[in-house]
Design a protein around this ligand. Sequence first.
Ligand code: URA
Length: 234
Amino acid sequence: MPALGMKGSKSDDRTPGAVPLGHPALVVLAPGGRSLDRVREPAKGCRACDLWKTATQTVFGEGAKRATMMLVGEQPGDQEDREGRPFVGPAGKLLDEALTAAGIDRNEVYVTNAVKHFKWVAAQRGKRRIHKKPRQSEIEACRPWLEAELDLIRPRVLVCLGATAAQALFGRDFSVNRQHGEPVETGLAKYALATFHPSAILRAPDLGARHELMRSFIADLRRAAEFARSARAA
Ligand code: URA
């Protein structure tokens, strides 16, 4: 399992590695018991990048503390930003549907995002807040939180939803279109794979493309469920 800030390391050494000194996620290294709540609390006040200025709140991961499987998305959307919980908006509803179809109980997994603040721009007309893709520097600033979650949950199956999470965790050259559903060698979890982001399915250009993407999404999640079963059996 990776130590905080040491991407891909199998070491159990908790050296801070790449985590910037003073980053509030360093709390995971401090004595006094390791728990998600101890990390979730300082994450509420994170100022490691500027996204907090326009977001309502930090949206930390949630789910089973002993989850075998962790799902990682990109960043909270409009509804997640208001409610403070990951994947509760339209993309979350589609994710729930696909999880059910793949035989995965959402209550048994841990769901989080690579970036924990909503990045948005105002729509040209009206009051809508439009999702904006996070920059590399923002993904990196948030990474210690994700690594702390990985370190505390220690999932045996890691599923990246979409390119932002996959490239953050599997490398910048990773292509979801080409490599979705394939096992990825990583020190982060015994089994790892990436699949499509539910929002990409919602944005599909037509119904045919949407059904095709949904079929692949469910097939990839079924693969993850098989990995979870074999990890439990081992
Ligand atoms: N998209 C994400 O990547 N994460 C969420 O929590 C919601 C939408």
